[in-house]
Write a protein that binds this ligand. Sequence first.
Ligand code: PLP
Length: 399
Amino acid sequence: MNFKEVEQIDSKYHFQIYGRLPILLKKGKGSHVWDSDGNEYIDVLGGIAVNSLGHCHPNVVNAIKKQAEQLIHCTNIYYIEPQVKLEKLLLDNCDMDRALFVNSGTEAVESAIKLARKWAGKHGKGGGIITMEGSFHGRSIACVTATGQKKYRVGFDPLPSGFKTVPFNDLQAVEAAIDDSICAVMVEPVQGEGGIVPADKTYLKELRDLCDKHNILLIFDEIQCGMARTGHLFAYQGYNVIPDMITIAKALGGGFPIGALLAKEEIANAFDKGDHGTTFGGNPLATAAAYASVSTLIDENFAQQAQLTGTYLMNRLNEERKKTSHITEVRGKGLMVGIVLDREGKEIVPEMMKRGVLANCTAKNVIRFVPPLNISEKDLDTAVTVLVNVIEEVFSDDN
Ligand SMILES: Cc1ncc(COP(=O)(O)O)c(C=O)c1O
């Protein structure tokens, strides 16, 4: 099928909920993808922070092929080897004690909310959860309510109760919101959809102290910032603060859908048998893909690559920032980088695409770079040059 045929069928049959760009992608390798006309693109969006190993990494491809020939699905009623290998690998490399596998980031956050509330019930507390303005936690009804951005909730009343949102990086606001109804604070160490906003260095540590003082839980949503992206396998490791629960997804499966909730033993124990579950979560194919993905991230030290290449990218962008008033800030951590523009940036993205670079714009005016962690400096140079040229051309028309 060519692009026109696909577009026609999609416009007739698919829910029209995505603002799609007009290309038909056919294949990907490393940091590059190709469309149906054979055009090549540098992918600095990486499937929105999913393709951290690059597209179709051979370790992930081989693991999926091998597992698909053995056992694709069997339900969690039975033990399977890839699942236990994955949970051991993840838990050997972080401070959590137990893992629960699900199918997406949203489902990981849902699981965290349920676990926090179950724990609260067992400790005579209310089930309220404090989240941050600008945060994003997923699209289910509970997750859009937890998300600190109104636009995701509008039109979906009635919403579940028990969520309070306070300004991000503002400890006093959290303290003021804590009362008997609260059992947990949930925060992204680096906000992704909110415009690539890292938590202040001391904020997460202070949040930890505050949660300890009030005997409430600290949940880190690392769905976008985890899995080596910020220069550590888990983002919390770069802040030296240990949460009670962590949610991960996106890069976990090397492109294959899988999410997970990781928790400290005493918190995980709040779930009794039958309290939670999933048909597909942690299935053989997903966990085999994720095991290949996470072991490659660890063995080939992708965290260090993210740190080094992230520093290179930041320096490059800061050089460019000096030359233009249209870039007001460059921020982020590791290879999670936001280029803040002096106006809305949605026109920038299709223009970059026409010139062979896939990025996106979030929080209205932030161009997001979350590329594969093994992207070359040469590809980043090209992406930055394209970005800067497009900004100058598109915004000069505005003036
Ligand atoms: C921090 C964070 N949490 C949760 C989610 C939801 O994940 P998913 O789209 O896999 O449901 C996202 C997705 O962008 C995210 O960035």
